[in-house]
Design a protein around this ligand. Sequence first.
Ligand code: THU
Length: 144
Amino acid sequence: MNTLKNENIDADTWNVLVESAQNACQKSYAPYSKFHVGAAALTEKGVVVQGCNVENASYGLTVCAERNCIAQAVIASETKLARMAIYTKEEQLTPPCGACRQVIAEFFSQDAQIMAVNHLNKFKVWTVAQLLPDAFTPQNLLDR
Ligand code: THU
């Protein structure tokens, strides 16, 4: 198990994101799964945006914390994102789902770092490229 204190990974910046993701998790609307998720992202301009999962009685309409977080960035006119923390109060860390990985690849660079973290300060960090190798990205459409 990793702890934030033992790793030299921009601890201050990560701590801000982890705290923001934890706060977002407290707002999570998850009455069906009771699986509460919060996310916080740092934009390249240094703004922190948050999101939580929002479920629906029509289950398939549920939106994950990560995608709601990215939507908040877009609403704030911030489409270049630098890193993201995903917080759950679960023993097992929560990696982003497949749909979220694709949306992450749209707004973060391939070497941006994405962290899953929990209430025990257990965490894991991936690059976007590790989460979704050989992603279909804006470059595939815009750089033709
Ligand atoms: N969920 C997220 O918000 N992010 C993830 O990366 C995994 C899953 C949410 C969706 C749903 O509300 C609940 O967790 C259980 O799947």
